[in-house]
Design a protein around this ligand. Structure first.
Ligand SMILES: *Cc1c(COP(=O)(O)O)cnc(C)c1O
Ligand SMILES: [Zn+2]
Length: 427
């Protein structure tokens, strides 16, 4: 699991000190390793708390208007010249008053719109951090196993720096995800199988001599990848004027993003950049009904996650065996949040509701999140009188088919005033 080509090349100005096992706390050097040699648990980046504690709001605010303003809280990329990046981040935090009114939410409701990133999903954050670390660790080819958005982002990052890439996807992805990957050049391997099959194959490829030079962003350099998601949490706090919202609703595939938004809030409190809300913050998770192994475990009170075979239109979230599922469960239970799931009709309605009330056109994952937000309000799990942030993680243009059959021109007329009048446009 450790590449022989990958000595610790992480910059000495990085606050990261080690990789630590999330299950047994064993520690390892900052290399390309993702699983614990003792217990096979997932590894996570560990930081020097004394170094993090020196970071100030002023220092962050003086940084670039992208995720690198948080470089002092990330494992790699402190030196701008070393970055492999499209400079994602600092995406809009949209006040969603009309959505709140429709759902009966009386406190401020915000949509963090990460479809505004360069390849139109939050994956640009994780890829920028992972590939910057990968280059520092000596890798010369970039790869991933993807449900769609990761494919776009890895191919685009590789194109920006002129590094070869090889991206693996399930062969049944939406055309809007395939074309937006293939256009960047690079190798694109469509596999007749599910994402979980693709991921398993990548886990085997990464062990071969032929792939020794290759960083799979969500396999051998996964600990660095995961840290990129923290920047969504940092940004929300900064954009709220250095405050943490009472409640967040986060879509889940592997469950990693949810755990890292929670980690980001914890870090900001620990290093004294923000105060925690009086009652703490609550983390809520959203899955689709076609792929809900994490939400199901919560609902049935299980300690283990039972993998599923995913179905349904929210393909970017279709991970049947979620790597961070247990940690997402832990975060939701610890903070007093909840999880729910939405079926395909509810997802389409969620996409349209968000579009109609905020002007944000989300992909199906955003529809999942909005549909689950609605359910959480209706079931009383989410407090409508407490400030809430929901995360839109991807762009509607990539999953046009989801709503294409439901919307279209409201009128079709000849180009004349009479036709306009006949159609009722002048009355
Ligand atoms: C990958 C993805 C997610 C979830 O990411 P995890 O960290 O694996 O849970 C959410 N939304 C979109 C659009 C994605 O592409
Ligand atoms: Zn371990």
């Amino acid at each position: 699991m450790t590449s022989t080509l990958a000595p610790t090349g992480i910059d000495t100005t990085s606050p990261a000190r080690a990789l630590v096992c999330r299950a047994c706390s064993a520690r390892y050097p900052l290399a390309a390793q993702h699983a614990c040699h003792e217990c096979f648990g997932p590894l996570e980046v560990d930081y020097d708390p004394a170094v993090l504690a020196t970071v100030t709001r002023e220092q962050i605010e003086a940084g670039p208007r992208n995720l690198w303003r948080y470089a002092a809280l990330l494992p790699a990329g402190q030196d701008a010249a070393t970055r492999v990046t499209l400079d994602p981040g600092f995406t809009p935090l949209v006040a969603a008053d009309r959505l709140a009114a429709e759902l009966g939410i009386t406190a401020p409701l915000w949509v963090k719109d990460d479809s505004a990133n360069p390849t139109h999903s939050f994956k640009d954050r994780v890829v920028s951090v992972a590939l910057t670390a990968a280059r520092a660790l000596g890798f010369s080819r970039f790869a991933c196993a993807s449900t769609g958005n990761l494919a776009n982002s890895v191919a685009a990052h590789a194109a920006r720096v002129g590094t070869p890439s090889v991206v693996f996807i399930p062969s049944d992805l939406e055309q809007g995800k395939v074309v937006t990957t293939a256009v960047y050049g690079g190798e694109l391997v469509a596999i007749d199988g599910s994402y979980d099959d693709v991921n398993r194959l990548c886990g085997e490829l990464v062990e071969t001599d032929e792939f020794e030079d290759t960083a799979f962003v969500n396999v051998n350099v996964r600990p660095y990848y995961a840290e990129g998601s923290k920047t969504l949490g940092y940004e929300v706090a900064e954009q709220l004027g250095w405050r943490i919202p009472d409640q967040v609703v986060v879509p889940m595939a592997s469950g990693e993003l949810l755990t890292k938004i929670d980690k980001a809030f914890s870090e900001l409190v620990e290093i004294g950049l923000v105060a925690a809300p009086a009652g703490g913050w609550k983390v809520f998770g959203a899955q689709s009904a076609g792929c809900n192994p994490i939400a199901s475990a919560l609902h049935s009170g299980d300690e283990a996650i039972v993998p599923v075979k995913p179905t349904g239109i929210a393909k970017s979230l279709n991970i049947g065996d979620p790597a961070a599922g247990l940690y997402a469960l832990e975060a939701v239970r610890r903070t007093g949040g909840w999880m729910d799931h939405a079926d395909d009709d509810e997802i389409r309605a969620g996409v349209r509701l968000l579009a109609r009330t905020t002007g944000v056109f989300a992909e199906t994952a955003g529809g999942v999140t909005v549909a689950v937000l609605r359910k959480l309000v209706e079931s009383g799990r989410l407090d409508p009188t407490a400030e809430t942030v929901v995360f839109n993680t991807g762009e509607g243009l990539k999953t046009l088919d989801a709503v294409a059959g439901e919307v279209g021109p409201t009128h079709r007329i000849k180009p004349s005033l009479r036709a306009a009048r006949d159609a009722g446009l002048l009355s």
